[in-house]
Design a protein around this ligand. Structure first.
Ligand SMILES: *Cc1c(COP(=O)(O)O)cnc(C)c1O
Length: 437
């Protein structure tokens, strides 16, 4: 264990910890981090996707420097500032027509989703919200209230109804998963959830923290048809898988739907805290002073976000993510032919998941082996976390600038880590302080 990691435990609270191994870093560049022990680590997590352009990207450094050297205040609450206006104009150009109204800025996916949840109920007068079991929409009281992830220690909203997210692997086929999930929603509408009381349906176009679940073809089109029929707003939470990561700019584009409200976060700031909600004018302008925090819309974070969006466009990072993702996916598929622990490889672009099972026939989750695998990968130089309601899905959300050779380098490390875990060469006692989630 490194010196910095131990020192941290004597001064920093654990309340925000989600730790998988004793990682302590002192720097980073591109897809690599520098450990305080001098090791170079290949980063396949990018801080849960937040470091969308990798570490120390020149475009972000330049934008932040410029914004700070002639600083247009520190907030948009009581004054307009140029970076926020430019960013809003840019975001409006990136969403479908029906969402092209106004933009709200926050600090995180959590405050954004919380704002949307309050706003849709207030603006429509409908008290209910639908979301998916396994969904992670945030870690504040209001965003946990509309989430469905079992690891959360918060209370759900009274008006919330959770429905199962279609899981093609567990159900045996995409068709079976789709039919079952749609039947659930239709049954609810016919019984305890009158659809005319539902303000909005929060969706994730890939359910990331729930296990990197890719929805079956046609599923969200059917959900969209139901929502249109009953006047229910569709909120697409693009916080982790949006902004090019999936191989399309918006992840919902894979589903062939047009949401009413789009939520951006994580990678938007490229490592700085900023989120955005984009939606129709009538809803986004429901009331003044409705949802605000003092340094919301600060020009420094907005300038960083604008640089992120410009870089994604200028460097063709959406196509790049699609290509590098396909390459990484193929490498992971090859690993699955040699490692019986791998039950399923899935995802889109650079949002990939590998589900580990103890037995391919029964699909029994291999949670312990998953925790050991990420620990061993870290020892071998690869940073990778896991997700899933059963804690058994390795998650790949590297920076969009990942190169094909880096993708292969990471896959080779994972190959070795999986072999060591399957061979019983990783000491289980390493996990004592690392419960993960
Ligand atoms: C991480 C995440 C959030 C919450 O974002 P924070 O920045 O942690 O507040 C919301 N939705 C999804 C899909 C996420 O992955």
């Amino acid at each position: 264990m490194s010196g910095l990691y131990a020192r941290e435990s004597r001064s920093v609270s654990k309340m925000a910890h989600l730790r998988f191994f004793p990682q302590a870093v002192v720097g980073g560049s591109g897809a690599y981090l520098t450990g305080d022990d001098g090791r170079t680590l290949l980063d396949f997590a990018a801080s849960w996707g937040a470091a969308s352009l990798g570490h120390a990207h020149p475009a972000i450094r330049e934008a932040v420097n410029r914004a700070l050297s002639d600083q247009a205040g520190a907030s948009y609450l009581s004054t307009a500032n140029e970076p926020c206006v430019l960013l809003a104009e840019k975001l409006l150009s990136l969403v479908p027509e029906r969402a092209r109204g106004r933009v709200w800025f926050g600090h995180s996916g959590s405050d954004a989703n919380e704002t949307v949840a309050r706003m849709v109920v207030a603006a429509t007068g409908r008290p209910r919200i639908l979301a998916f079991e396994g969904a992670y929409h945030g870690g504040t009281v209001g965003s946990m209230a509309i989430s469905g992830h079992p690891a959360q220690q918060g209370t759900r909203a009274a008006g919330l109804t959770l429905v199962p997210y279609p899981n093609s692997y567990a159900a045996g086929s995409p068709e079976a998963a789709k039919d079952a999930a749609l039947a659930d929603i239709e049954k609810l509408f016919a019984t305890e959830v009158p659809p005319q009381e539902v303000a909005a349906f929060f969706i994730e176009p890939i359910q990331s923290d729930g296990g990197m679940l890719v929805p079956p073809d046609g599923f969200f089109q059917a959900v969209e048809a139901l929502c249109r029929k009953h006047g229910i707003l569709i909120v697409s939470d693009e916080v982790k898988v949006g902004l090019g990561r999936s191989g399309r700019f918006n992840a919902f584009e894979h589903c062939g739907i047009e949401p009413d409200i789009v939520v951006f976060g994580k990678g938007l700031g490229g490592g700085l805290p900023i989120s955005a909600v984009v939606g129709p004018e009538a809803i986004m302008n429901h009331a003044v002073a409705f949802s605000l925090q003092t340094v919301h819309g600060n020009p420094v974070c907005a300038a960083a976000a604008l640089a992120v969006l410009q870089t994604i466009e200028h460097d063709h990072l959406v196509t790049h993510a699609e290509r590098t993702g396909a390459m990484l996916r193929e490498a992971l598929d090859r690993l699955s032919t040699r490692h019986p622990l791998i039950g399923n490889v899935r995802g889109r672009g650079l949002a990939l998941g590998v589900e580990l099972v103890t037995d391919r026939a029964s699909r029994e989750p291999a949670a312990r082996q998953t925790a050991l695998t990420v620990y061993r990968a870290f020892q071998l130089g690869l940073v990778l976390y896991y997700v899933g309601i059963n804690s058994n899905v390795l998650e790949f959300t590297p920076a969009l600038i990942l190169t094909e050779s880096q993708a292969l380098e990471g896959a080779a490390i994972l190959d070795e880590a999986l072999a060591d875990v399957a061979g019983g060469r990783v000491d289980e006692r390493l996990l004592v302080d690392f419960a993960g989630w």
